[in-house]
Design a protein around this ligand. Structure first.
Ligand code: NAD
Length: 433
């Protein structure tokens, strides 16, 4: 393929070097020194293995650089945008270089007769794909997906191991409205072993932030545990080594699906105990301290969402803190019920895990006794609840509830669990989607 790169710094150089072996690559940069270096077969940055890739591609005549945008766009079918997007003092990103490059690409596309694919590889904020599309349409007078495509394809490499990261990424994320462009990238990346994952543009645009924020969270969480352990004279490295051995709950997908607040008898209690322990040791742990506040905010979100419907009465499916248990202790939906009552709403509820007697019209004595502290009327079967309430909140995760959303189209559901895709279930608004 014929590829151009706009910005031949770390990301542009590494990608250009890695792709030049099997493609023809033209680098573009405003810095003539970098252009000169590439034209001599040298990358503008140091990365292990990159010089070798450049030397091979340079000898084969497959890698060159220029300051001439027009030449680069004319002589390529795919343009990767790899310019810098530095952070500004207010926390937003400076995307001016992206917009500048895309305006120039648009000018060239005005005269170009063949389809052109523009790939945003730099780290950008959600909405950039749409903004870039508009800029290119304005400058070129051409139409998205008819004459050109814009793809969001974030870069995940780490400096120091960038070449290896390029060939072996954790995942390869691509978002575009153009199926042609998605297939083109699939072909370009056919030898890259990270899973090629085509997603909505919004997902592709935000994933880099999500990844890096999580990485930062991991560092700070590990360090807070380290500080607490140090104060208690416990080997923190061993603690985290053991922590990482648990691939079932700790290092896994478990707990990661956006949904409702946590509850139950263990998480709130043990979190609070560790927080108190840290305080007693004089260790400041803002990450650990913030967890409970974050949990309360999701409960507050749920309450706001329910109140927005302006109903005087609501039904709730699922009272226990999670599916598959009859444990009501610290169940977050109970906080929601209390607040709805304070706001004057009448609340009905059904829970299939009432003392293990699922799907019966009986409500166990224990359950009734526990729930008498809460302003809610228990209903013995789901059908009754769904017939008597036009707004129903699903607070427990159970695949069969998806059927309910289809069976009771007259009911507006609020899904606190994140189990109903918003596209498939238009009558189920979700808390986290
Ligand atoms: N460096 C990393 O480890 C890394 C990893 C993943 C993602 N990213 C992201 O990739 C993007 C590029 O990062 P980088 O580290 O390669 O930056 P960099 O500063 O090394 O390179 C950017 C290049 O773009 C050039 N440039 C600036 N404006 C230009 C313009 N209008 N036209 C042509 N060239 C222009 C600069 O001269 C520079 O050579 C950023 O958005 C960054 O956040 C970086």
């Amino acid at each position: 393929m014929r590829i151009s790169f706009f910005g031949i710094g770390y990301v542009g150089c590494v990608m250009a070097g890695c792709l030049a072996g099997q493609n023809t690559v033209i680098g573009v940069d405003t810095d003539p020194v970098k252009v000169e270096l590439v034209n001599r077969g040298q990358p503008s940055v140091y990365e292990k293995g990159l010089q070798e890739l450049f030397s091979v591609a340079h000898t084969k005549g497959q890698l060159s650089a220029t300051t001439n945008y027009e030449y680069a766009v004319r002589e390529s079918d795919i343009s990767f945008i790899t310019v810098g997007t530095p952070g500004k003092a207010d926390g937003t990103l400076d995307l001016s270089a992206i917009y500048d490059v895309c305006g120039r690409i648009g000018e060239v596309l005005k005269q170009k007769q063949t389809f052109h694919t523009v790939v945003i590889r730099s780290t950008v904020t959600p909405g950039t794909n749409a903004a870039v599309t508009e800029i290119i349409e304005q400058h070129s007078g051409k139409k998205r997906d008819e004459d050109f495509a814009v793809v969001s394809n974030p870069e995940f490499l780490r400096e120091g191991s960038a070449v290896a990261d390029f060939y072996h990424p954790g995942v390869m994320v691509v978002g575009s409205t153009s199926q042609y462009a998605v297939d083109l990238l699939r072909e370009l990346y056919r030898d890259i072993d990270g899973e090629f994952t085509a997603v909505d543009i919004g997902v592709a645009e935000i994933i880099k932030y999500v990844n890096n924020t999580y990485h930062a969270l991991k560092v700070c969480f590990g360090n807070e545990i380290g500080s607490i352990c140090k104060a208690l004279n416990i080997d923190s490295a061993k603690v985290m080594e053991v922590f990482c051995k648990d691939k079932k709950l700790n290092l896994s997908e478990y707990y990661f699906r956006p949904g409702f607040a946590y509850g139950g008898s263990c998480l709130p209690k043990d979190l609070s105990a560790l927080k108190t322990l840290a305080e007693e040791c004089g260790v400041v742990t803002p990450v650990i301290d913030g967890i409970e506040q974050s949990n309360q905010e999701r409960i507050a979100d749920a309450i706001r969402m329910i109140l927005r419907y302006g109903q005087k009465q609501v039904g709730i499916i699922g009272l226990t803190f999670k599916e598959g248990t009859d444990d009501l202790r610290f169940s977050p939906i109970l906080r929601v019920i209390e607040e709805l009552d304070r706001q004057g709403l009448t609340v009905y509820a059904y829970d299939p895990f009432v003392d293990g007697r699922q799907e019966t019209a009986e409500i166990s004595a224990f359950f009734q006794k526990y729930m008498q502290h809460y302003p809610v009327t228990l209903v013995g079967d789901m059908d009754t609840l769904l017939r008597q309430n036009s707004l129903v909140i699903v607070s427990n995760n159970n695949k069969k509830y998806a059927q309910l959303v289809r069976q009771y189209p007259q009911v507006q559901f609020i899904d606190l669990t994140g189990q109903f895709g918003y596209r498939e279930y238009p009558n189920a608004e979700a808390l986290t989607r």
